[in-house]
Write a protein that binds this ligand. Sequence first.
Ligand code: ZN
Length: 455
Amino acid sequence: MTPSVRLLVAALLAGLSACAAPAATSRREPYARIKTALDAVPAIDTHDHLWPFDRLPGYLETDRGRGMTLAGLWRNSYLTWYAPITPWKPGGTFDEWWAKAKHDFTNVRASSFYRYQLPAFQDLYGVDFDHITDAEARALNDRIFENYRDDRWLRHVILERANIELMFNDPYWARFAFRKSYDFEVIVFNVTTLVKGFHPSEFKSPDDDPYAFAKSEGLDLKTIDDYLVALDRLFLKAKTSQAVCLKTTLAYLRTLRFENVSKERASKAFGRPRAELSAEEIKDFEDFVMWRLVELSARHELPFQIHTGHARIQGSNPMLLVDLIEANPKTKFILFHGGYPWIGETGAIVTRHRNVWIDSVWLPTISFTTAKRAYHEWLEVMPSDRILWGADCNHAEGIYGATEFTRRCLAEVLAEKVEAAQLKEDHAVAIGRQILRENALKLFPSLQGRIKSTR
Ligand SMILES: [Zn+2]
């Protein structure tokens, strides 16, 4: 939203619409009404990384002891992708850190990776971070430190302020533990590392190790067939632990082009450590296992969330998945992040394949403008029940900011369509409600038993 629009909306919400020019007022009214309606929708957030409260990333040793600080929030935000944030000296004071850190934001004022956190400072703390003074920064830091003394703040912000009813949690820190830390959490089965199961030396932590899991189940992994049995058993455990979907972030590690490799070829890598294998043998094994994971996804009715775009950009175009998608019509594929920057391609894949959904998770945080363009285009080329959203953050303020960014982005797009006479306002609100909530409940029907809200 531009500052002038923001002022106008603020004025409208404050009942001061008479002060604005009549023409501009009527043109902007749909936005205010749609945004208010979307704010009231208890959202189903299909992706976050919310660690157990005592292990949240961002706690620092300060002169007052261990706790969350302004430094912790920024250093664990996406902004660090573009701008290094001054490190916190263990045991150091806020003033010491801020004297340097306040200059870290100079070149990123317009970036979405900076701006998505601002609604949290504005709405939750009443602070305009763009023009924050040293005294305000110190007071903000003190309040953050106090808020994180127990998990009530986290719950308050997520459940009440961000109005999130259920949150999918991707536990990349303990993939096969299937442990829930929060009552609003939905368990996700992260399968990223399973493709490298050719040798036990690939795994470091027992909560992430299919060999440790197999042992606990009394299975001995001597052949690739044994490995496939263990995978099936792991899927059963995920299912009985109430996981509702799979997730992979392989796009950060390799190309999304998965060939349909024969078991015979893939088995050449099995039982051998990485150092003895060629890159081709490793890829063969990974490709083979990915196809099996896709089949297991259908068999166990666990839709497959796949990170696409904005990772290794030379290999994360979602178009690379199309053969895999086409060959597995019973698997429900969810293309994450709208495939940024390939939002048009991602839309085209959904247009052509009924077993594909788009998750706009993280997209407004990457680029608010790209997300607007994406929602605009996607709603024109696919049914509105194929689009989902998620916040993709790891602390209360980031989750609030990303959620608010998404609600604003959607409201702007829907209002623009209403203003252009391309959509009726009641339908616009219904579509926003679908994306924020109802589409997830439809795609993951087991969640129906967990929702309290009928709003
Ligand atoms: Zn994520």
